[in-house]
Design a protein around this ligand. Sequence first.
Ligand SMILES: NC(=O)c1ccc[n+]([C@@H]2O[C@H](COP(=O)([O-])OP(=O)(O)OC[C@H]3O[C@@H](n4cnc5c(N)ncnc54)[C@H](O)[C@@H]3O)[C@@H](O)[C@H]2O)c1
Length: 372
Amino acid sequence: MKIGIPKEIKSQEERVGSTPDGVASLVKAGHQVFVETKAGMGSGYTDEQYVAAGATISNVETVWNCEMIIKVKEPLEAEYKYFKENQIIYTYLHLAANKKLTEVLLQSKTIGIGYETMVGPNGGLPLLFPMSEIAGRMAVQVGAHFLEEPHQGKGLLLSGVPGVRRGNVAIIGGGTVGINAAKIAIGMGANVTILDINANRLAEIENIFDGKIQTLMSNHQNIAKSVEHADLVIGAVLIPGAMTPKLVTEEMIESMEPGSVVVDIPIDQGGLFETSVKATTHENPVYVTHGVVHYTVANIPGAVPKTATEALSGVTIPYAVKIANVGVEKAIENSTIKTGVNTYHGKLTEKAVANSLNLPFTDVETLTTVLE
Ligand SMILES: NC(=O)c1ccc[n+]([C@@H]2O[C@H](COP(=O)([O-])OP(=O)(O)OC[C@H]3O[C@@H](n4cnc5c(N)ncnc54)[C@H](O)[C@@H]3O)[C@@H](O)[C@H]2O)c1
């Protein structure tokens, strides 16, 4: 199969669909890979490295003319003109929030496979997982940065020093983001509290961190107390398919010491701080409300493209090899790949997306059987 890896054109997006190692595994499986000129630059990969891995460096038209496209972000309007019938577009699609892209994928009869809907054998989302790990770890790093006085913070070092108190970090939500944030916060020497509504999860966290973390049931009182005493609050809640509840009220933010920092990671789902009124960008990541620094960047992993590309490519490329080897019709025997198929030959094949957009849903298996 001919596989194209375009350069991402979304503003400030420096990740790329595959590392040179990922390209090498596609080439080894017998496929031809076309990488757009300088596509990997922002992630630290040169055209020469892709050539050494067996790719051909090409212009954007040649890349998009391939049978399968491997990307990172959802295609933008400037890319819609390249879509063609039967072409596989394998990338984050996030169609529930993008009717226009859904319509173009359907009209062009392309096969849209979205990383974010691929469900692993144990029920998790294996292609979203690495980005949550990165966002969680970054949350503490950026939190510590904005606690510094020259960056509008109160001028506090999370670790303290002998004889001077450590910083208090409260993490609301103990899933992938929360645990990864906790790892870094503990490593930096902070006092860490995690709040979650899932008692089993809290017990697991106690075990993982060997009692070094305070766990608390997430309720209004416990959140209010933890926020009031925190120097850094990290929002890390996810309720699948729903907007994030505003668990931290404006009153709670007012109770914080000026110069404290909040990092609202689920801002992509609406955010969990009442005072998170907008998503920010890496260029201008924070604003101050009631004296508290708010960090609400919606694509946190975009700041570390080298790590993020390697982490993403590590989980996406094995499935890409499977799809390219046998074609989508056979590859969907793998349930993880099947759950990724959002559009197929003009039909919408992802139930949650169909529900969100109020469009008819068709099970992809019924379509591939008809085509065979
Ligand atoms: N901004 C970014 O760049 C970025 C990057 C990655 C992930 N995210 C977002 O981060 C969020 C968390 O993702 P995740 O992978 O950790 O999800 P996850 O499913 O692994 O964890 C979510 C946790 O929230 C807990 N929870 C649910 N309701 C709660 C409540 N009322 N109080 C406390 N905890 C509660 C759940 O029990 C679960 O443990 C998602 O919204 C995701 O989209 C954002």
